[in-house]
Design a protein around this ligand. Structure first.
Ligand code: ZN
Length: 296
């Protein structure tokens, strides 16, 4: 869903900057930089840390490149083009390709990160909190939820684009603290009413994996679920606690979930739809546009 939006945004931005999205190779140029080899790993072509999708077409003239929104490098060639020839063409246009990856990264950051403007909204347990910024002369951040506001005391000297990652990381720490406190008490409540007690509860920040439960009875929760509604949060907790009894997704497992969360099916769908809402709490390096599925 979002990756479609992202794709359009990418196209628009590239057009605005006058960058072609597709590169058709014609002439050779001299090389003065190193390009990683094009290798096949477990049946997948890879260059550096990026995946390469190789398409061969009978009527293709030359080689054409395209960097997809998920960073996969798509290469279209004729039927007889050798890997050596492809790598040569890649080498010639390596700088262009790297520029596309850089753009994707920027775009992804723009997409998920908050802009830190007055009145911007931040989700917390299903509520939308309005950002109210105050500036301080110190170097310390202070956050608080007050009624329907997220009050932020921000060091004046960090309030600029250059320090966006610093601002986000301070916010992340605050959210994490709040989340752990809310979720811990929620887990206790559900454990008591379900009569299922985990051996331990750990909080982690995985990317779109909301919770897990080990066979030894250790439950691990993604604290970023704090951005969802209390109903969805409860569903995730009930789901993981139910695994203490059934280590699978069998019909009996779902029966148990249903007995404590009658509309779990609806909540499951809603969770999937709101998948990306927690992305602003991720480090930019953790964001991937692919794999939007939910695992538990
Ligand atoms: Zn599960």
């Amino acid at each position: 869903m979002k990756s479609k939006v992202f794709q359009n945004a990418q196209a628009e931005l590239f057009e605005f900057l006058g960058w072609p999205q597709k590169k058709l190779i014609k002439k050779k140029k001299a090389l003065d930089y190193w390009v990683p080899p094009l290798v096949k790993l477990h049946g997948v072509y890879v260059i550096g840390k990026h995946q390469v999708e190789l398409k061969r077409k009978a009527y293709q003239k030359g080689i054409s490149f395209r960097v997809l929104p998920n960073d996969t490098l798509s290469v279209t060639t004729g039927l007889a083009t050798s890997l050596k020839e492809i790598h040569e063409a890649l080498s010639i246009h390596w700088k262009w390709i790297q520029k596309q990856w850089g753009m994707n990264k920027t775009l992804r950051t723009l997409f998920v990160q908050k802009k830190w403007t007055e009145g911007e909204s931040f989700p917390f347990v299903g509520e939308s909190k309005t950002l109210n910024i105050q500036f301080s002369k110190t170097t310390r951040f202070y956050f608080d939820f007050l009624d329907d506001e997220l009050r932020a005391l921000v060091p004046e000297k960090f309030y600029n684009k250059k320090n966006l990652e610093k601002l986000n990381s301070a916010l992340r720490q605050f959210y994490k603290r709040e989340a752990i406190s809310y979720l811990s008490s929620r887990v206790d409540t559900w454990a008591s009413s379900m009569g299922l007690f985990p051996k331990s509860v750990r909080f982690r920040a995985q990317n779109r994996r909301w919770g897990s439960c080990s066979s030894r009875g250790d439950v691990s929760l993604n604290w970023k679920i704090i951005v969802f509604s209390s109903e969805i949060i409860d569903y995730v907790l009930i789901h993981e606690l139910s695994h203490l009894k059934h280590m699978n997704h069998s019909p009996v497992f779902w029966k148990l979930v249903e007995s404590f969360c009658p509309n779990y099916k609806k909540l499951k769908v809603r969770l999937k739809e709101q998948n990306y809402d927690s992305d602003f709490l991720s480090k930019s390096s953790e964001i991937y546009m692919q794999n939007p599925g939910w695992k538990s």
